[in-house]
Write a protein that binds this ligand. Structure first.
Ligand code: 5RP
Length: 248
């Protein structure tokens, strides 16, 4: 519920916010400082990215900042319009100057796990079509080794159980010890992505070789895209509950 509130001040989170939202707001407000007039900006998905979209909307309304946003999900598109950001598709925009998005984990090499919000397919396409990707996060997402957060894999509904078996076989071939796979539930059924697919969450504990795992997963026919982002993120903006922000 706190996510619907527009920041009351540009320089600090309103006192009424909870600790988690103060951290998200702090990172978000700092990140929208990278946005300049005339830019085409990829807009991420998730609770942190929602704060960023609200902060960007504030700059559009207060400063008359002229930008166009490319949302990575239907949720983000709706929010962007609501806060006054002009929205277009990636095909219309062609190429983007900057994408700002959240992440579930990032490691020292700026490798990411994304897709906790179920939008990693569009997020990866949008980030890859951007000159720069800036990640906004709180300190809990800063990890030495990826994998404590379950790795999302977007899977086509046709033959999804066979695809899952192939994913499990690929994990075994890579000697991944812990390899529980769960189709993400939603309500009475399964979570459905904006592309009409399902999400298979891989509970792996740790990912020793993200590059090898990503390649193996994406080689499976029913897999559309996995949530490992490598060589895409250029900077991470980390916001803390006390409003302190560090950019790496
Ligand atoms: C959505 C994502 C999100 O960026 C990620 O899940 C982080 O979300 P939040 O900011 O709510 O923690 O990848 O697909």
């Amino acid at each position: 519920a706190t996510q619907t509130a527009t920041p009351a001040t540009p320089n600090g989170a309103p006192d009424a916010l909870g600790a988690a939202d103060r951290a998200k707001f702090a990172a978000s407000w700092r990140s929208v400082g990278f946005v300049e007039d005339g830019m085409k900006v990829g807009l991420g998905t998730g609770s942190t990215a929602a704060w960023m979209v609200k902060c960007l909307g504030l700059r559009v309304r207060r400063e008359g900042l002229k930008i166009v946003g490319v949302p990575t999900s239907s949720r983000t598109a709706a929010l962007a319009r609501e806060v006054g950001i002009e929205v277009t598709s990636l095909d219309q925009a062609g190429w983007l100057d900057l994408t700002i998005d959240g992440a579930d984990e990032f490691d020292p090499a700026f490798r990411l796990i994304k897709g906790g919000g179920g939008a990693h397919l569009r997020e990866k396409i949008v980030a890859a079509a951007s000159d720069r990707m800036v990640v906004i996060a709180d300190p809990d997402k800063d990890v030495a080794t990826l994998g404590a957060f379950p790795l999302p894999v977007e899977v086509i509904p046709f033959g999804m159980d066979a695809t899952r078996r192939l994913v499990e076989r690929a994990l075994a071939d890579l000697d991944v010890d812990q390899r529980r796979t769960v189709f993400r539930p939603a309500g009475e059924g399964l979570f459905v992505t904006d592309e009409g697919n399902h999400t298979l969450d891989l509970h792996l504990g740790r990912i020793g070789d993200p590059e090898a795992l990503s390649q193996a997963l994406n080689a499976i026919p029913g897999v559309v895209e996995n949530g490992l982002f490598m060589d895409i993120c250029d900077a991470v903006v980390i916001g803390r509950e006390d409003g302190h922000v560090v950019t790496r």
